[in-house]
Ligand binder design. Structure first.
Ligand code: MG
Length: 157
């Protein structure tokens, strides 16, 4: 068994769509970033890469590389899942938390779980997504950005 943790933050920016686990969530602002800035997908990739001892997404998909400008993070996640299987591991369980004041995530939670599970190639039951606010405290509470954390459990296949 291997366990990995992932954490990511992106700042809000005007004129950007808000993409979380591949779901375009209606909101006046999206997240700034070199790729599609899918903060949840990024935390999930880092959790899996951490469990594989393969560094982080910055090493695999450098933001200095033009190939990843505007990249669909769910496609990158599928690449990480394929690396996981090349290394002889399978995903047992994944849980995630989004840290944000707004928008409300519950109407999109199941679609996010399904998207993550599909990209990784596991059943939806293995993927959990939830959200919390910080009671107005910190950058998330001031609605300057969104944080995401993920923990992944892998086993040698
Ligand atoms: Mg990121």
């Amino acid at each position: 068994m291997r366990v990995g943790i992932g954490y990511d933050v992106h700042a809000f920016a005007a004129d950007r769509p808000l993409v979380l686990a591949g779901v375009r969530v209606p909101h006046p602002r999206g997240l700034a970033g070199h790729s599609d800035a899918d903060v949840l997908a990024h935390a999930v990739m880092d959790a899996i890469l951490g469990a594989l001892r393969e560094g982080d997404i910055g090493r695999l998909f450098p933001d200095t590389d033009e190939r990843f400008a505007g990249a669909d993070s769910m496609r990158l996640l599928a690449e990480v899942a394929s690396l996981m299987r090349q290394r002889g591991f399978e995903l047992v369980d994944l849980d995630c938390v989004l840290v944000l004041e707004l928008p409300k995530i519950s109407p999109f939670r199941d679609e996010m779980r399904e998207n993550l599970a599909r990209a990784i190639g596991v059943e939806t039951d293995r993927v959990g997504v939830k959200a919390t606010t910080t009671e107005g405290l910190g950058f998330e509470g001031r609605q300057e950005g969104i944080g995401a954390q993920a923990v992944a459990l892998l086993e040698r296949a």
